[in-house]
Design a protein around this ligand. Structure first.
Ligand code: GRF
Length: 212
């Protein structure tokens, strides 16, 4: 069975969705550890309560990004994971770190990339007046919020939405697509070819999920 290390910085609801899928027997992975760059990340308690090993690599204790990333990589590699999953991990990663985990590092981003990389995606989507918004699971490359797309889920932007209602609608879909993407990886069904992700080695991309 493939082993996974999950990196978080805060609430950890995506991590919870992954752990719940494992507990239901729908996600054939072993979560080896949950690691946070913030000692106060709420998700650490949740993981520990479920018997998962937790660790903190506090970015504030390091003089620079490269030193932090090296310490984080050491902590991750102690578990020898097949896959590293960024689940609300709010740090920009150095190129060396990303290259070290090339092809086995996934991120979830709360927008339909390549629209709205970076922060405040829901606020920006509302300000732009887009009618379709969503989330993206992608393999990580050194460019921020960029990389081969594994799966996307789209949601409507409704009249009267504010940042909180839109964020909640997107988050519900994040909790669906992240376990799905990790399951595909664990089952060996994803292949990277010319910067695109193929599912089941077919010349087809995974279908998008459209929520009503
Ligand atoms: C999610 O919206 C995720 O897409 C983004 O940060 C948020 C983290 O939420 N990268 P949680 O910690 O998983 O609850």
């Amino acid at each position: 069975m493939k082993s996974v290390v999950i990196l978080i910085s805060g609430r950890g609801s995506n991590m919870e969705a992954l752990l719940a899928a494992v507990a239901r027997g729908e996600l054939p992975v072993r979560v080896a550890a949950v690691i946070s760059n913030r000692p106060d990340a709420k998700g650490l308690e949740t993981a520990a309560q479920q018997g998962i090993a937790t660790a903190v690599v506090d970015h504030k204790a390091f003089a620079g990004r490269e030193l932090f990333d090296a310490a984080m990589a050491e902590c991750i590699d102690a578990h020898a994971p097949d896959l590293v999953v960024l689940a609300g991990f709010m740090r920009i990663l150095s190129e060396g770190f990303v290259r070290h985990y090339e092809g086995r590092l996934l991120n979830i981003h709360p927008s339909l990339l390549p629209s709205f990389p970076g922060l405040h995606t829901h606020e920006r989507a509302l300000a732009e007046g887009v009618r379709i918004h969503g989330c993206t699971v992608h393999f990580v490359t050194p460019a921020l919020d960029h990389g081969p797309v594994v799966v996307q889920a789209a949601v409507p932007v409704l009249d009267g939405d504010d940042e909180a209602t839109l964020a909640a609608r997107v988050l519900a879909q994040e909790h669906v697509v992240y376990p799905l993407a990790v399951r595909w990886f664990a089952e060996g069904r994803l292949r990277l070819e010319s910067g695109r992700v193929l599912l089941d080695a077919e010349r087809a991309l995974p279908a998008p999920l459209i929520s009503p």
